[in-house]
Design a protein around this ligand. Structure first.
Ligand SMILES: Nc1nc2c(c(=O)[nH]1)N[C@@H](CN(C=O)c1ccc(C(=O)N[C@@H](CCC(=O)O)C(=O)O)cc1)CN2
Ligand SMILES: NCC(=O)N[C@@H]1O[C@H](COP(=O)([O-])[O-])[C@@H](O)[C@H]1O
Length: 249
C-alpha cells in the first residue's frame, strides 16, 4: 500500500490497520504441565480464542507449561513463590510482571497458589480459573479423589471468575463427566481434562468478546443474562461444536 497515499494519509491508514490488528491481551498463570494452556494456545492458533496470549507466568520454574509457551513463541516467565517472604510479596511481584503486558484478562490454568485479596481486587472481573469439580462441590484440592471417595455419579469441571473466596467465584461454564462404578481415577482425570480443554477456550473467547461479564453485584452474566450458580452446563458435543472441534471420545 505504501506510495499510494500522501504520507499523512498513509500514517492514518497505518494507525487504523494497527488498531484493527491488535487483539485483546491475555496473560496465563500456570504451575505445571500446562495442558489447559496448550488448549488455549491451540485455540488461538485456530483463531478461536478471540485474543492473544502475550505471556505465561509460572510459580514453578520447572513447569512444563513454560516450555509449551516458549515453543509457541510466547513470553515465558518463572516467578518462584518460594523466593518471596510472604504471599503478599509474591503477589505484588506477580502483579508487576503481569501488568507489563497490560492484559485484558488473566487466566489461571492449573495455577496452584491461593491469591491474596489485594491481588484478586486488582484484577476483579477479569480473572478466570478452571477447577476440576462441579462447583460449589469440592472446592480446593484433590477433587477427583474426594469425589470418588464419596461415590458420586457425576463429576466434572467448572470455569469461574476468581474472587477472594477460594473456588467460590461465580461459575461461567460447567461440563459434566459421568462416573462409572469402580471408576479408575486416571481415566476420570483424563475425561475431566478433555472437557476442560474444550470449555476453557470457549469461556475465554466469550469473555474477550464481551459476552461473559462479572456484574458489579458479583454475578456472572452471559449476553447480559444472569447465569445460574452452576453456570452454563455444556455437553461435550455442544462444546466441541462451539469450538468447531471433532469429538475426541
Ligand atoms: N483467591 C483465590 N485464589 C485462587 C483461586 C480462587 O478462586 N481464589 N483459585 C485457585 C485455583 N485452585 C483450584 O482451582 C487452587 C489452587 C491452589 C490451592 C492451594 O491450596 N494451594 C496451596 C499450595 C498447594 C501446592 O502448592 O500444591 C497454597 O497456596 O498454599 C487451592 C485451590 C488459584 N488461586
Ligand atoms: N485447584 C486447581 C486445580 O486443581 N486445577 C487443575 O489443575 C490441572 C492443571 O492441568 P494442566 O497444568 O495440564 O492445565 C487441571 O485439571 C485444572 O483443573
Amino acid at each position: 500500500m505504501s506510495g499510494d497515499y500522501p504520507s499523512q494519509q498513509q500514517d492514518t491508514l497505518n494507525d487504523f490497520e494497527a488498531a484493527a490488528a491488535e487483539k485483546p491481551r491475555v496473560v496465563v498463570l500456570i504451575s505445571g504441565n500446562g495442558s489447559n494452556l496448550q488448549a488455549l494456545l491451540d485455540a488461538q492458533a485456530h483463531d478461536e480464542l478471540g485474543g492473544d496470549i502475550v505471556a505465561v507466568v509460572s510459580n514453578k520454574a520447572d513447569a512444563y507449561g513454560l516450555r509449551r509457551a516458549k515453543d509457541a513463541g510466547v513470553d515465558a516467565v518463572a516467578l518462584p513463590h518460594r523466593e518471596y517472604d510472604s504471599r503478599e510479596a509474591f503477589d505484588a511481584a506477580l502483579i508487576k510482571v503481569i501488568d507489563r503486558h497490560e492484559p485484558h484478562l488473566i487466566v489461571l490454568a492449573g495455577f496452584m497458589r491461593i491469591l491474596t485479596p489485594g491481588f484478586v481486587d486488582h484484577y476483579r472481573g477479569r480473572m478466570l480459573n478452571v477447577h476440576p469439580s462441579l462447583l460449589p462441590a469440592y472446592q480446593g484440592l484433590h477433587t477427583h479423589q474426594r469425589a470418588l471417595a464419596d461415590g458420586v455419579e457425576e463429576h466434572g469441571v467448572s470455569v469461574h471468575f476468581v474472587t477472594e473466596e477460594l473456588d467460590g467465584g461465580p461459575v461461567v461454564i460447567q461440563a459434566v463427566v459421568n462416573v462409572e462404578p469402580n471408576q479408575d481415577i486416571d481415566a476420570l482425570i483424563e475425561k475431566v481434562h478433555a472437557r476442560e480443554h474444550l470449555i476453557y477456550p470457549i469461556a475465554v473467547r466469550w469473555f474477550l468478546e464481551g459476552r461473559v461479564k462479572l456484574s458489579p453485584q458479583g454475578k456472572a452474566t452471559l449476553d447480559d443474562i444472569p447465569l445460574p450458580p452452576t453456570g452454563l452446563r455444556m455437553s461435550h458435543a455442544d462444546a466441541a461444536e462451539e469450538l468447531d472441534e471433532d469429538l475426541d471420545d
